[in-house]
Design a protein. Structure first.
Length: 296
């Protein structure tokens, strides 16, 4: 009871500090902790008063009117903020809210955007900076998430077994994925050119000797995408989608694709079956039926 009394009088500054502790206790990944903290800080600054004083009506207006209508946020992004809000009340404040009044947006099923071989050619040709070209080609060749690519350390490149060790993946999961021969050769050239010697062993870093941030990669991706004159629908993650789709088209078992991608559920991997251009391998029952009729 005393603890709950303390929570009732918690300031937003104290809330953010406890948020860090609660995420640490749950073993959240570095990227999730950073993202949740930034979103929580933004939410508390928006309301400008202790979160215990914020009404459900105000929370609904924040999610619907401010995020979606005013800022034009998509359903997925708005749902992410909703998750942070629920974590604040359910965990940090121990003051559960009525989730039926703050429902998640129903996500529309959208097939992932993938790049054709021609689009990949013009995009990679447009990458003028060798380091960024190396990273983007490795994201495509190994199916990496953008945060996984920026988090790679020199020791994670296993040239003997031609694989990459992926640390701190989504859900704090670790895995191995394939190291393309082309990426290995590019990395060796990159190493000779840039001589990376970051104290923490990061392979890619900026001019201030700090590890690259995903936001920096997105900036360069947009620049090269514009130069290559390909659709703005394509984002960095489209390279990972293209990796997975190509594997499915080449007949790699879904279970193996799932492990390379680091998916926790095979249903996520099944999405690429719908995208893969495997229709030429499928014979319509109508054609089979008419062929049999013609043989009679």
């Amino acid at each position: 009871e005393i603890y709950k009394y303390i929570l009732r009088g918690m300031t937003n500054k104290q809330l953010l500090e406890k948020l860090k502790e609660d995420m640490e206790l749950r073993g959240f990944s570095h990227w999730t902790k950073d993202s949740y903290y930034r979103k929580a800080k933004e939410i508390t600054e928006y309301f400008g008063k202790p979160m215990r004083q914020v009404t459900t009506k105000e929370l609904r207006e924040f999610l619907m009117d401010y995020l979606v209508k005013k800022r034009g946020m998509c359903e997925v992004s708005a749902n992410y903020y909703n998750n942070v809000i629920r974590f604040i009340y359910d965990v940090v404040l121990d003051y559960p809210i009525n989730k039926r009044q703050l429902p998640m947006y129903k996500r529309k099923r959208r097939l992932p955007k993938i790049l054709s071989d021609e689009e990949l050619n013009v995009f990679f040709d447009a990458c003028e900076n060798y380091m960024y070209k190396t990273i983007f080609m490795m994201i495509y060749g190994s199916g990496l998430r953008i945060s996984e690519a920026t988090n790679i350390r020199i020791e994670d490149i296993d040239s003997k077994n031609m694989r990459i060790f992926v640390r701190d993946g989504k859900g704090n999961r670790e895995r191995y994925t394939v190291l393309p021969q082309a990426s290995l050769e590019m990395l060796r050239k990159y190493y000779r050119m840039y001589k990376p010697n970051h104290p923490d062993g990061y392979l890619f870093y900026n001019e201030w000797r700090k590890p690259l941030k995903p936001a920096r990669l997105r900036v360069y991706f947009r620049e090269y995408r514009r130069k290559a004159k390909i659709s703005e629908d394509f984002i960095v993650h489209s390279l990972r989608h293209s990796f997975a789709t190509k594997l499915v088209e080449e007949g790699v078992p879904l279970v193996q694709v799932k492990e390379l991608l680091g998916h926790s559920c095979i249903r996520s991997t099944m999405t690429y079956v719908h995208v893969a251009n495997n229709m030429q391998k499928v014979k319509s029952p109508l054609d089979i039926y008419l062929e049999k009729e013609g043989e009679k």
